[in-house]
Design a protein around this ligand. Structure first.
Ligand SMILES: Cc1cc2nc3c(=O)[nH]c(=O)nc-3n(C[C@H](O)[C@H](O)[C@H](O)COP(=O)(O)OP(=O)(O)OC[C@H]3O[C@@H](n4cnc5c(N)ncnc54)[C@H](O)[C@@H]3O)c2cc1C
Length: 449
């Protein structure tokens, strides 16, 4: 079947009143941007038509990456509107609660399929977000306030089998290299670390990010790009955020040229996609700990985060997130965690964390948070995100093209740059062949019930 062309629609206004975003400083700028464009002359690709209109559903890693790339890769001298819809605001889903650990390797420390590209595209987005964050003067000097902690990640194996696998020769990226450290070197990096198999694999350039802060900075980067492009007389970029729940796709189809669905684990809840996506849900709970303020010792500013049977993401000298649980097929989508669920998660996570970092017993439990992963099927290339045009899946005759960026699983942060870029370019050109077939072949797999 030939890939769909992106239809161009006559001008129309959204059927509901425009809602103001609730993201603090974002609201004023979004309104200004809307007002500016509605008073400017119409023009499509500079040809006197109306702007191309894109709706991006979801403001997590996937949605904001798509929005950023739509703004960046739309043709010069064109008029483009990107409207982002999220019922919970920026980072209100799994992205906002995630551990923020970032590296291009599997748990066996094998370079992932297309790992180099995923890594590069993710670094490009991080850089843009950092620049936007720095430009507002809100990049902060305190370690606790950081957007990105560049302290690397250490992976000490805890079983002989895991050790054997880790020691097999591994291909690695120069931009995220691997080193095998003996116990002394590992404990020099992390005093008090337990190294049961006498070595650990170190990824010095791996990162830990503050996911909420990063997403807010990426949102700002989108706004800045739209504002800068709109200073050119022949170009216009409008970027809006709507704090609104989307119940079905039909409500959008008359108003947009393309709708890109980035709803994470909620994508299947749209009636048009029910039972059509091969995704499984998996709830994860993360527990946050702090070192009591009267404790003299602090976690070293250069000491890496730790990946083991549990992971410990250190975010500043006195804060660590420990994760994560894996509750398959959970239908609990709440980001809040009950006392009972938190206690169960702690029973599971603390022994695993203590096995590599016994010092965790000195840290106080502060709170727990949770999110739902949308897990894709395992393929020969690993668990890959689900991308592509959905019009054939939905069976719609609408003039609007519907696209999916879903199934980012447990690696949404690594994946989001490349999948956002591929999908934005496909939506702009109306050509699904811009996306490698490995990401679109899920359409032949029967949806998991
Ligand atoms: C506990 C946990 C820890 C994790 N740790 C890591 C990690 O360390 N590193 C890593 O790379 N990945 C991690 N992940 C995975 C990562 O968080 C996900 O892959 C990623 O967040 C998925 O991004 P997304 O944009 O597809 O979905 P989401 O972030 O869930 O975004 C979907 C958005 O859509 C909105 N939405 C949903 N339904 C509607 C609707 N009907 N109308 C309007 N808006 C709607 C939601 O509010 C949400 O903001 C973790 C996941 C969990 C659960």
């Amino acid at each position: 079947m030939p890939p769909p062309r992106c239809p161009r629609l006559p001008s129309s206004l959204p059927p509901w009143p425009r809602l103001l975003p609730t993201l603090g400083s974002c609201s004023r700028r979004a309104v200004t941007s809307s007002a500016a464009s509605s008073s400017s002359p119409a023009g499509c690709h500079g040809n006197g038509g109306r702007p191309l209109r894109y709706a991006v559903l979801g403001a997590g890693f996937a949605g904001l990456s798509v929005a950023w790339h739509l703004l960046k890769h739309s043709p010069k001298n064109s008029r483009v509107t990107v409207d982002v819809y999220d019922e919970n605001g920026v980072g209100g889903g799994a992205s906002g609660v995630s551990g923020g650990l970032l590296h291009p390797y599997s748990p066996k420390v094998k370079l992932l399929w297309r790992g180099a590209e995923f890594w590069k595209e993710c670094m490009d987005l991080l850089r843009s977000a950092e620049q936007a964050n720095g430009a507002t003067g809100s990049d902060g000097t305190s370690e606790d306030e950081a957007l990105i902690w560049r302290r690397g990640i250490l992976r000490p194996p805890t079983t002989e089998k895991a050790a054997d696998i880790l020691l097999e020769s591994q291909s690695c990226l120069q931009s995220c290299s691997l080193q095998v450290l003996d116990s002394d070197a590992a404990q020099h990096l992390i005093p008090g670390l337990c190294v049961p198999l006498k070595f650990a694999v170190y990824m010095p350039l791996a990162l830990n990010i503050n996911p909420k802060k990063y997403l807010q900075a990426l949102f700002l980067a989108c706004q800045n790009m739209a504002d800068e492009a709109s200073t050119s007389p022949s170009e216009e970029r409008e970027f809006n955020m709507y704090h609104k729940r989307i119940d079905n796709l039909q409500q959008l189809s008359g108003d947009y040229d393309s709708v890109i669905i980035c709803l994470g684990a909620n994508a299947s809840s749209l009636p048009e996609l029910a039972n059509k996506l091969p995704l499984r849900t998996c709830r994860g709970v993360i527990a946050e700990f702090q070192l009591p303020s009267d404790t003299v010792e602090k976690y070293g500013s250069q000491s890496p985060s730790i990946l083991s049977d549990a992971w410990l993401a250190f975010q500043g000298p006195r804060t660590v997130s420990v994760g994560s649980t894996w509750q398959w097929k959970s239908d609990n989508h709440a980001s809040t965690v009950s006392d009972e669920e938190a206690a169960t998660a702690m029973e599971e996570l603390l022994p695993k964390a203590s096995a590599v970092y016994p010092g965790i017993s000195k840290w106080d439990y502060i709170r727990a948070r949770a999110g739902i992963r949308a897990m894709p099927p395992l393929t020969a290339n690993g668990s890959l995100p689900l991308l592509g045009c959905l019009n054939d899946v939905i069976g719609t005759r609408s003039n609007c093209a519907f696209w999916l960026v879903g199934g980012l699983g447990a690696r949404g942060l690594l994946y989001h740059g490349l999948v956002g870029k591929l999908t934005a370019k496909a939506a702009i050109s109306g050509d699904e062949n811009m996306i490698p077939s490995e990401f679109t072949c899920w359409k032949t797999i029967k949806a998991s019930k």
